[in-house]
Write a protein that binds this ligand. Structure first.
Ligand SMILES: NC(=O)c1ccc[n+]([C@@H]2O[C@H](COP(=O)([O-])OP(=O)(O)OC[C@H]3O[C@@H](n4cnc5c(N)ncnc54)[C@H](O)[C@@H]3O)[C@@H](O)[C@H]2O)c1
Length: 363
């Protein structure tokens, strides 16, 4: 299989996303080409280090790197300042200078945490992303949003700070838990809806191949997703406008996550329901045809993601939307679908339309 490469065009901060099989086997040669210092730090969790660490470390050492490994416990609750500080301590102890690269290997939690440390340690050191979850491969490793959580809110402390390169090894998906795979699929379906009808059609026609980890199909959908994210990020790096189309399904998804105490749903699962709700609202607002709403619902169902709202009243969801950080001047800003591949941002949808659409989705 030939490797695919997607460029994130950001002037002197541009970088490439490499998508292929066994990318990790040559990671040392690849990172060497950046001419960083020879002291590199791999940041990951113990499970992933057991699975992939040895291969990465050996290859980097073979290419002249002196390796330090920092283990972070697995889980969203460790994406915090305390863990960031522990990493700063280790970097200072190890006398890592401004040219020592940090290598994040894992899902979005490790990528966001490592990226945040890279952005702040000695006012910025280079970092590399090796995303191993599907969500990280198509979303969190691309675009330079780095953050840690604060007790008062998710991703509240962070920086925009781009990686030097992103290396996706499709093989890593073999060990990814099925639920995590589904969550990544929710984001990929989102890319189809917001910008790429061909991707949407491809997903509809290749459900079984994708679920069975057909690497050619996976490479296509990951490349297509990264191209969309790269193109949006290069036009609007700091989310001043256009980048907010990436929030399709996320506004209602976030409301569901917060109303259920972040316990009932994983992010991708909540986004899947949010995407259907957004499609229903789009239809009620006369922006799209009913048949396109059905296509969205069917596609989401076919990847075994939930499509019904939990037992929460539409009124409660609506009030949660008003508290969402994207509310500007008391208006709910929604990304709505015109048809698969095309969306529009609206902040003038009447509450009644939102309530009616949410009611139609309640189980
Ligand atoms: N920076 C951004 O733009 C951005 C975008 C979206 C999400 N995020 C953040 O990403 C995080 C979610 O990322 P996630 O969904 O990858 O969750 P995660 O990082 O918690 O990973 C999910 C689970 O899968 C495991 N895992 C990852 N790859 C594996 C593999 N190949 N084999 C076996 N197990 C594997 C992880 O150890 C973890 O237990 C959240 O913190 C979210 O805020 C950031």
């Amino acid at each position: 299989m030939n490797e695919k490469v997607v460029k994130v065009e950001l002037g002197e901060r541009s970088y490439y996303i490499h998508i292929g099989l066994n990318t990790l086997n040559t990671i040392g040669e690849r990172i060497q080409q950046f001419h960083f210092s020879h002291k590199a730090v791999l940041i990951s969790n113990s499970h992933l280090i057991k699975l992939y660490g040895e291969r990465i470390i050996l290859n980097l050492k073979k290419n002249g790197f002196e390796m330090e490994v920092i283990e972070v416990p697995d889980g969203e609750k460790y994406k915090n300042m305390r863990e960031a500080e522990k990493i700063y301590d280790r970097l200072l102890d190890g006398k890592h200078d401004r040219y020592s690269p940090l290598i994040a290997m894992g899902g979005g939690v490790l990528g966001d945490l490592t990226g945040f440390v890279a952005a702040t340690y000695r006012r910025g050191v280079p970092y590399i992303q090796i995303p191993t979850s599907l969500l990280a491969q198509v979303d969190s490793s691309v675009g330079g949003k780095t953050a840690v959580n604060h007790p008062l809110g998710k991703n509240m402390i962070g920086a925009f700070y781009q990686p030097a390169g992103v290396f996706v090894d499709l093989n890593a998906l073999k060990t990814l838990p099925k639920i995590e795979f589904r969550c990544g699929m929710a984001e990929i379906i989102k890319y189809g809806i917001i910008a790429d009808e061909m991707l949407f059609n491809f997903l509809e026609s290749r459900v079984e191949d994708i679920k069975n980890l057909d690497f050619n199909a996976l490479q296509y959908i990951i490349e297509a997703s990264c191209k969309i994210k790269a193109s949006i990020v290069s036009k609007d790096e700091r989310e001043k406008g256009l980048r907010s189309v990436l929030n399709y399904g996320h506004t209602i998804g976030h409301a569901l996550e917060s109303l259920t105490g972040y316990e009932k749903y994983k992010h991708g699962e909540a986004v899947a329901i949010g995407m259907i709700a957004a499609a229903f609202i789009s239809h009620e607002a006369e922006l799209c045809d009913k048949k396109d709403v059905e296509r969205v619902k069917k596609l989401i169902e076919s990847f075994n993601l939930a499509t019904q709202l939990p037992n929460i009243s539409p009124e409660k969801i609506l009030s949660a939307l008003y508290y969402d950080k994207k509310v500007r001047n008391d208006k709910i800003k929604l990304v709505l679908m015109k048809q698969p591949g095309s969306v529009v941002i609206r902040d003038d949808i009447p509450d009644e339309i939102i309530l009616k659409s949410l009611s139609a989705l309640t189980s």
